[in-house]
Design a protein around this ligand. Structure first.
Ligand code: PGA
Length: 248
């Protein structure tokens, strides 16, 4: 079964609206030179989404958000809902990123609520899972990521799993320059693919210090269908080189 390949840039808390405009003004002219087989997603912070949305009109680059609330509206000070994202043409939303789990009280339960809402609202959730270094050292990597996946999709119908994207991001590899060996990432991602029925054609992205130098060695492997890229997605040339590398 052929699974599509996706390179998604997670800008985290980087780039004002002016910075986002400058990035896209440099990046978009490079897009026609990039392999058409690779789906490209950028996920700016909320405040840069309107600017990015305007720049991306007519471009073959999809717009993502980095989080959202599970309710559609209400008394949730500081939160942003799926309809607010959709209004700006957002198609993807990263859910369960380890930084939100560790620093912003995201739990398996809230990830599950958000995944259900994203699917109901026609957004593609990019659900991130991954183990800490201690869990890896304790031999608990497989159990950890399987538990996170099962919790995230509790109560989600099997056919909806075709509309999701998964990301395996070992926490110790994020932003450290210490990427997980591709063969080991592929092994864990194979475990993820098998942990629920219906994930056979679901794109699973690797995340954790992915660069233009190492992307090809990941996407060559059977269970790796692209990347969720943090640091190396912030520079337009570097991000374009990663997309190019994924299609080489
Ligand atoms: P990194 O981040 O590429 O900077 O390691 C990846 C992520 O957190 O999504």
């Amino acid at each position: 079964m052929t699974v599509r390949t996706i390179i998604a840039g997670n800008w985290k808390m980087h780039k004002t609206a002016a910075d986002a405009a400058a990035f896209l003004d440099a990046f978009l002219p490079m897009v026609p030179t990039l392999p058409v087989s690779i789906e490209i997603v950028v996920a700016p912070p909320f405040t840069s989404i309107p600017t990015a949305s305007a720049r991306l009109r007519g471009a073959r680059v999809q717009l993502g958000a980095q989080n959202m609330h599970w309710e559609l509206a209400g008394a949730f000070t500081g939160e942003v809902s799926a309809p607010m994202l959709r209004e700006f043409g957002v198609t993807h939303v990263i859910l369960g990123h380890s930084e939100r789990r560790a620093l912003c009280d995201e739990t398996d339960r809230t990830v599950n609520l958000k995944v259900r809402t994203a699917l109901e609202q026609g957004l593609t959730p990019i659900v991130a899972v991954g183990e800490t270094l201690d869990e890896r050292r304790a031999g608990a990597t497989g159990a950890r990521v399987v538990a996170q996946i099962r919790a995230a999709f509790e109560g989600v119908a099997g056919d909806a799993l075709r509309r999701v994207v998964l990301a395996y991001e070992p926490i110790w590899a994020i932003g450290t320059g210490e990427n997980c060996e591709p063969a080991e990432a592929d092994r864990v991602m194979g475990t993820i693919r098998k942990c629920l029925d219906g994930l056979g054609a679901t794109p699973i992205l690797y995340g954790g210090s992915m660069t233009a130098r190492n992307v090809a060695s990941y996407v060559a492997l059977p269970n790796i269908n692209g990347g969720l890229v943090g640091g190396a997605s912030l520079d337009p040339e570097s991000f374009a080189a990663i997309v190019a590398g994924a299609g080489a």
